[in-house]
Design a binder for this molecule. Structure first.
Ligand code: GTP
Ligand code: SPV
Ligand code: MN
Length: 597
């Protein structure tokens, strides 16, 4: 048995080992040698395939039951049911611990238990926090080393301090001599658990090895548990990308963006602007932790150290920077394997080969009617490998945020861009955002609009009404002029033929340009019932195939559609009961009046 100097951690490791009964316990040091060893273990076990065409890259194929976050198996086990709120699944914590304790009993037999000390954020930053993940999956160790900072340095920085307990098991003990599966997990979705004990700052995950279910630093810690810490301590833990936009005069701004899963954060974070002289650099692509600096502004860090990005649709056209980044030292999960040892996926912009092995390990041909890559196939790649990573991306002081974008996938109603009138109105806009459901979630409701306040619906570790109140409260802690301005954007409007009207991707820089012009006081806007919108011609459409009529459509305030929207927002607000912030119902009433006035 290993031992560590942090007494609480030492006791916890022993307690978990006693419960899970692994054959060995291993403390991760975070070194390159250790990473290479972990890779070798997964290659030898038949879980990983080295990719001849991409140095340091490996392909994994998951079990078909284990391809995305399992939202209906995600639990917020707060002491009181009301504190989990209407948007979370709740189980009494004692009951859940009893259920899961029985599952954990002996669940690591025949396996090694890995102990991973990790830091979310640059080690030692005043915004960073430390967690320890205990897992029986070498795939998780590999991915955690890319996605976070792990190992000896973190333990040193932890000292005798507090850490978030993150326990994970794939839930597949091995009998003596039993051959392991290439993707061990609990195949029945209904027997997987992704559980959070917010009062104890603890996570228990069982039965899944994929993404946010298993890489516990990401959604479980950095959003659900950190969100509760942020509420208690007066800061923000948000599902937002962070980018740096520099104009042709060298002036720059830092911008955050909240978009639901599979709605374009990674793409926007590293876009190639379509204006000569302008530059976008990346700070983070998924999560932003923000605290007030001494100057009263909100400073953000990216708590992660890698990108866990959606592969399908990634191409030289849509995201050239990601394409270059994933040529080396990248883990691919659930894409196609070509006969010459490369990977292929739908929307890569590369013609399909005549034959490959699909994400389930079967022969695939272009006419077989199946996808080569799962729609939620992902790459795991180190952030420092990104060609446009901002030099200050690991600055422990964070970067001051000038604007926050919010928005989802909406075919109709929501215009291309709309500026909030003030912080409170901006929180209102974020609270009403929604998205047409995609396949990133395991659900049967693909296509319907789901209200997803600040893209946090699956990630708020407490009552959604309290979360929105917390956002409103943050705005009262500093001068209004120091707060980021909030913009409601929508890259996903479609015409009657079902085609996207706005080109999106790199051309989203045209909207970013207008936003920084607004911040600097030069951007022209018109006042409308829903907010301030670009004046005609204020968004540059030179060189893109968007007609004046298209622009009119993209920037129209469709009164009837908005009134229908209000009906559905009211319905959604009702579900928050008496925890709906009164400021938000006042905002909704005011919007209705302006539309009718
Ligand atoms: P998560 O990692 O799940 O949080 O997703 P994300 O928000 O980072 O989304 P990502 O950037 O990976 O994009 C998801 C999908 O949206 C991909 O298929 C992209 O091709 C597509 N997409 C991204 N940006 C745009 C855009 O501006 N317009 C259109 N039409 N599609 C986009
Ligand atoms: C998301 O779904 O928002 C992701 C992928 O970023 S996962 O890490 O699986 O949550
Ligand atoms: Mn995400």
């Amino acid at each position: 048995m290993i031992s560590v100097s942090n007494k609480a951690l030492d006791a916890w490791i022993k307690e978990v080992a006693e419960m899970c009964k692994p054959d060995n316990v291993y403390l991760c040091d975070g070194s390159q040698e250790e990473y290479d060893k972990m890779i070798q273990i997964t290659v030898d076990a038949g879980s990983a395939t080295p990719l001849k065409k991409r140095p340091g890259c490996y392909l994994f194929r998951s079990h078909p039951s284990d391809v995305a976050r399992a939202e209906k198996r995600t639990f917020i086990a707060s002491k009181n049911r009301e504190d989990a709120g209407p948007t979370n699944n709740w189980i009494d914590p004692d009951e859940l611990k009893a259920t899961m304790g029985a599952l954990y009993d002996g669940c690591m037999k025949g396996r090694t238990m890995y102990v991973i000390p990790f830091s979310m954020g640059p080690i030692g930053s005043y915004i960073s926090k430390i967690g320890v993940e205990i897992t029986d999956s070498p795939y998780v160790v590999i991915n955690m080393r890319i996605m976070t900072r792990i190992g000896t340095e973190v333990l040193k920085s932890l000292g005798d301090g507090e850490f978030v307990r993150c326990l994970h098991s794939v839930g597949k003990p091995l009998a003596p001599g039993e051959k392991d599966l290439s993707w061990p997990c609990v195949p029945n979705v209904d027997e997987k658990y992704i559980s959070h004990f917010p009062e104890e700052r603890m996570i228990w995950s069982y039965g899944s090895g994929y993404g946010g279910n298993a890489l516990l630093g990401k959604k479980c810690f950095a959003l659900r548990i950190a969100g509760v810490q942020a509420r208690d301590e007066g800061w923000l833990a948000e599902h937002m990308l962070i980018l740096k936009l520099t104009d042709s005069d060298g002036k720059f701004h830092y911008i955050c963006g909240a978009f639901p899963s599979a709605c374009g954060k990674t793409n926007l974070a590293m876009l190639e602007p379509s204006f000569p002289g302008w530059k976008v650099e990346t700070i983070g692509d998924d999560i932003s932790w923000m605290k007030f600096g001494d100057d009263g502004r909100l400073y953000a860090i990216n708590p992660e150290a890698g990108f866990f990005g959606v592969v399908p649709g990634t191409s030289m056209q849509s995201n050239p920077n990601a394409m270059k980044q994933i040529m080396t030292n990248t883990i691919f999960t659930n894409v196609g394997l070509t006969d010459d040892g490369d990977v292929w996926w739908e929307g890569s912009g590369i013609p399909a080969p005549d034959h490959l092995i699909d994400w389930q390990g079967n022969d695939w041909t272009p006419d077989c009617g199946r996808l080569a890559a799962h729609s939620n196939a992902r790459f795991t790649t180190p952030a420092n490998q990104c060609a446009v990573i901002a030099p200050e991306w690991e600055d422990p002081a964070g970067v001051p945020i000038s604007a926050i974008l919010v928005g989802g996938r909406r075919k109709t109603t929501i215009p291309l861009v709309n500026e909030s009138l003030d912080w409170s109105h901006g929180i209102f806009l974020g609270s009403i955002m929604g998205s047409e459901i995609t396949t990133a979630d395991i659900t049967d409701k693909v296509g319907q609009v789901r209200r997803d306040p600040f893209a946090m619906l699956p990630f708020v570790g407490y009552h959604m009404g309290d979360y929105l109140q917390h956002l409103l409260n943050i705005g009262k802690k500093t001068d209004a002029s120091k707060l980021p301005r909030i913009y409601f954007v929508n890259w996903f409007r479609k015409n009657d033929e079902g085609k996207f009207i706005w080109p999106g991707f790199g051309d989203n820089s045209r909207v970013l340009k207008w936003i920084v012009e607004r911040i600097s006081g030069t951007g022209k806007a018109v006042s409308t019932p829903i907010g301030n919108m670009p004046a005609p011609g204020a968004i540059d459409t030179d060189g893109i195939n968007v007609s004046a009529g298209d622009m009119e459509e993209l920037l129209k305030v469709d009164k009837e559609a908005w009134l229908a929207e209000i009906v559905s927002i009211k319905e959604n607000y009702k579900s928050y009961g008496d925890r709906l912030p009164p400021e938000l119902s006042a905002q909704l009433d005011a919007l209705e009046k302006r539309l009718n006035g």
